[in-house]
Design a protein around this ligand. Sequence first.
Ligand SMILES: [Fe+2]
Ligand SMILES: [Fe+2]
Length: 213
Amino acid sequence: MSAKIPIEYEFIRLMKEWLPSPERMDLVNKVVQLVNECPRAKLLLPYLTMKQKNEMSWFDEPASTRYHGASIGGLARHSLGVYYMLKKLNLELPANRQLPEETLVICGLYHDLCKSGIYYPKHLQSKALAATPYETQDLYPMGHGEKSVVIINEILRPSNMCLTQTESILIRWHMGPFDRMYATYEAHLKAAYQFHLMLYIADHFCTMMEGDE
Ligand SMILES: [Fe+2]
Ligand SMILES: [Fe+2]
């Protein structure tokens, strides 16, 4: 169990500076535009704007502690990027196998919902701030892809609009071979879901392109 995270965070100052930024508004507008066309995706919008235990909303959070998207807004930028990449990959599939737009939006935008609320900026005094700006504390330790599936379904279930099996599979296994359990299920996944690595490919590509920020 990690030590209690101190409350004197630099991010409060950073957030105040960043909140009205054009970049944030651009991200918000793009996400709202996308989910507006997708009833299930729209149901998750309030979760994106809700302040988590780290005092940040999804729009403000980083995507990692020190690697890709390790800055304010990194998670939203990464998730949008994965949606765009997934959309491109989808066009490469035979027309009769292509995924519906709502599945692309849900998988792209929400595959990393598991990260929401787990990143805490390090204390200002820390000399390590530049190298590792964030540390993690996960108060809902359910895994990675599987945690995103659980959170999404918890939000969608009251409306009877849970994830489809394809969406659950794509999100659950979006870490592909980097997931320690992948080898155990690989043969079944290949047999049942030929394109189960689509989200992994989109996610991995974006992660590499984002690199260290
Ligand atoms: Fe992820
Ligand atoms: Fe991701």
